[in-house]
Design a protein around this ligand. Structure first.
Ligand code: CTP
Length: 405
């Protein structure tokens, strides 16, 4: 993935044990295609060396405002003018206080103060002991930094290096990376609520067995991530899958189609967009045995009778909000052949404004996908791409079809 291709990030380190995580974050930025310029405070050098950060970023590290390498001797100006973002990770309690007061007596705080505030965003990943984090002074400083235009990336919770347990840990590098990639995405769904179904359903035969399918949930989860990146409030109603929940997405786990319908109906009354990406089982066994169905020794297999499951998408699309146009419904069609014909027919049958068609065997469990968009105007074939790239494109396509608020 190259989610930060072409971006130049200035990564600032301040004094804290979480500096060891900054090494991994730096690697993550580079892997995603960014160039990284590391700037370190004197205190941070107690925790990690500039040599490590130089090796990982591929650039010499700046530690002093008097760095003679800069012909004009103004690293605070030069470094901040080149940046697409300044990320302070870890940001100590002391450094937050320094930023609040506009202190400028060492390179990193000087550079933050000198940055063109409208063009160069400042992102802060606090890291400190739980008491320091909870202290009114820190909370006040955080609120002031946000009011001054900084983005606070939040903190993690759990076991701390000091031996105490609570809030204040720096987020893990992969969490920070996900949030920083999200930060750069266009906020085309800002203020919207999105509900997504994802994964297969599991229709129980008995306490041990059931009927399910090969859906991995990856596409639905990628859409959830892309919608959250676009600024939406996102809930995902997920069948049994082992995909990690994207940052900032609320997940409701369900098993059967009927559970999925109930959970979805609880979410959609507040939603603006409903995306049915789940591979819902069309049928379920008529009866679910309380006990394991045992072999009876006769050699004959039991007969299982099936009944049709509710169609979640069709039910939601027929609801009041969808009829009034307040809920924009998107369906998926996984077909094995004649994709255009089946996808067009399915969109009309389900009476929805947008349907995404794909060839099931070519997408189930894969990391990439090829989508065919079908709306009232016709069909658009999109190029094969990673599921997250497809999801971002789908989010953009949905956003431009929404009624203006
Ligand atoms: N869907 C749903 N509830 C169901 C079945 C399907 O919400 N019980 C949704 C899927 O999430 C998808 C769309 O409907 O967005 C299409 O599902 P699919 O199973 O491919 O279509 P069907 O209507 O079942 O048609 P067919 O079995 O003839 O392909």
């Amino acid at each position: 993935m190259n989610d930060l291709a072409g971006r130049h990030i200035v990564l600032g380190l301040t004094g804290g044990i979480a500096c060891y995580k900054a090494a991994e974050l730096c690697r993550g930025f580079v892997k995603e295609g960014a160039t990284v310029q590391v700037v370190m405070t004197e205190a941070s050098e107690q925790f990690i060396t500039p040599v490590t950060m130089q090796a990982l970023s591929g650039r010499t590290v700046y530690t002093s405002q008097w760095d003679p390498r800069e012909p004009n001797n103004m690293p605070h100006i030069n470094l901040s003018r080149q940046a697409d973002a300044i990320v302070i990770a870890p940001c100590s309690a002391d450094f937050m206080a320094r930023l609040v007061h506009g202190r400028a007596d060492e390179l990193l705080s000087l550079m933050c103060l000198a940055r063109p505030i409208a063009q160069v965003p400042l992102l802060i990943a606090p890291a400190m002991n739980r008491e320091m984090w909870a202290h009114p002074a820190t909370q006040r400083n955080m609120a002031q930094l946000a009011a001054d235009g900084a983005t606070i990336l939040g903190v993690g919770s759990g076991f701390q290096a000091c031996g105490e347990t609570g809030d204040g840990r720096m987020l893990e590098p992969e969490e920070l990376l996900e949030d920083i990639v999200a930060f750069f995405q266009p906020k085309v769904l800002s203020g919207r609520k999105v509900v997504i179904t994802a994964g297969p359903t599991f229709e129980a035969l008995d306490p041990i067995r059931g009927i399910t399918n090969h859906s991995s949930g990856k596409m639905g989860f990628a859409i959830a991530r892309a919608a959250r990146e676009a600024g939406a409030d996102v809930a995902i109603v997920a069948g049994p899958v082992s995909v990690p929940t994207p940052r900032g997405v609320r997940r409701v786990d369900v098993k059967s189609a009927r559970d999925m319908l109930a959970a979805t109906q609880a979410e959609v009354p507040q939603a603006d967009i409903f995306i049915a990406a789940a591979a819902v089982a069309d049928w379920r066994p008529v009866t679910e045995s309380d006990q394991k169905i045992k072999k009876d020794g006769s050699g004959s297999a039991p007969t299982v009778a099936f009944t049709e499951n509710p169609d979640i998408l069709a039910t939601v699309a027929k609801g009041e909000r969808a009829r009034s146009g307040a809920l924009f419904c998107v369906g998926f069609a996984a077909e094995s052949h004649d994709l255009v014909k089946h996808a067009k027919a399915k969109r009309e049958r389900k009476d929805i404004p947008l349907l995404v068609g794909n060839i099931g065997p070519l997408t189930f469990g894969q990391d990439d996908n090829q989508m065919l968009l079908v709306d009232a105007q016709g069909t658009t074939e999109l190029p094969r791409a990673s599921k997250i790239a497809c999801a971002r494109r789908l989010v953009a396509e949905i956003a431009r079809r929404l009624p203006r608020t």
